[in-house]
Design a protein around this ligand. Structure first.
Ligand code: FAD
Length: 297
């Protein structure tokens, strides 16, 4: 199977899409409608997140397996170390391999129920993501990605040490990194500069979430771990009671953000789809991303 990193070609910006595992039959139908609607746009890869509990984790494995078998798209599974011994993690990696998956985003994860609670590793598990990167690599020929944080991880105390940790997990064997959400491109670009200053040049892919409703905007705060920037609030808050105008302004804002990132030569844009196709399609269409957009020379 192709590796994610091979789909990130020099000179072009491509796009990818993130899904979460469905929790019910109804959600499964919604997810597969989105999958089918996005497939013709030819995303470079699609990823499925890894949940906190047993059945949701099985659904991640089933979903990436079905994508591998029944679509033309390249799937990547997220995997976290939460509540897993290393043996269990190897077993999950084996189950993913059985499903034909060779691309894994290796993530430490958060304590279940309280993302800011104290991280207590499984007695036979991993302490940080770099160990998971090594573990996945030791299981076979996998392409491995890691998470990066333009606004710094909420547990970190300074950006330089955090960047050292990021470089450490990349050097443990990651081929690329996917960045957490942000709305101010400067934070992403500074992170990229800090990596370059450490001679670390793996592809860094920005995470992007089309903003369609006030609820999605507040989800941004939750995921990014920072407040919505004042200029974005100033533009969108007055439209909170006007759903169509809010949506149009949100899509426009994210389109402009993506344009700036493309002009800065990012290899890809990773869309958090929330298992819906429409908003991602609109931004992808606005940017002409289905064909891949030439990067500036
Ligand atoms: C793109 C993306 C996808 C995600 N997908 C999922 C998902 O599918 N499921 C899910 O549950 N969560 C997901 N998350 C959230 C993620 O689980 C949390 O953000 C988690 O807290 C951090 O995981 P990590 O792999 O970055 O951890 P780590 O890289 O281990 O970092 C955690 C903290 O420890 C510090 N650190 C790292 N290494 C060291 C070291 N050697 N010594 C001391 N400190 C160190 C880091 O600076 C950071 O503060 C995702 C996040 C992103 C950005």
């Amino acid at each position: 199977m192709t590796r994610v990193v091979d789909r990130l070609q020099p000179g072009r910006t491509v796009f990818s899409v993130e899904f979460f595992p469905p929790r019910s039959d109804a959600e499964e139908q919604i997810l597969w409608k989105a999958v089918r609607e996005l497939e013709p746009l030819n995303p470079a890869y699609v990823s499925v997140t890894y949940g906190a509990g047993g059945s949701s984790r099985d659904r991640t494995i089933r979903t990436v397996g079905r994508i591998a078998r029944e679509t033309t798209m390249l799937p990547m599974a997220h995997l976290t170390g939460v509540d897993h011994s290393k043996d269990e993690l190897r077993h999950v990696v084996g189950s993913l391999a059985d499903e034909g998956i060779r691309n894994i985003l290796a993530i430490r994860g958060d304590p279940p129920g309280d993302p800011m609670g104290e991280w207590i590793p499984h007695p036979h598990g991993i302490l940080y993501a770099d160990e998971l990167v090594r573990l996945v690599r030791s299981c076979g020929d996998f392409s491995v990605g890691v998470a990066a944080f333009p606004h710094m991880h909420p547990r970190s105390t300074d950006v330089e040490t955090e960047t050292d940790h990021l470089v450490n997990k990349i050097r443990a064997g990651a081929d690329f990194a996917v960045a957490q959400l942000f709305l101010q491109p400067e934070y992403f670009l500074r992170l990229r500069d800090r990596l370059a200053a450490r001679n670390c040049h793996v592809p860094l892919i920005p995470g992007v979430m089309p903003i369609t409703t006030p609820k999605v905007l507040s989800k941004f705060e939750h995921l990014a771990g920072v407040p919505v920037p004042s200029e974005v609030s100033a533009a969108l808050d007055p439209l909170a009671e006007k759903p169509e105008a809010f949506r149009a302004a949100g899509i426009e804002l994210i389109t402009r953000l993506c344009e700036r990132l493309i002009s800065e030569g990012v290899p890809g844009l990773h869309f958090y789809s929330l298992n819906r196709a429409k908003a991602t399609r609109e931004v992808v269409d606005n940017l002409g991303l289905a064909e891949g957009v030439p990067q500036p020379v």
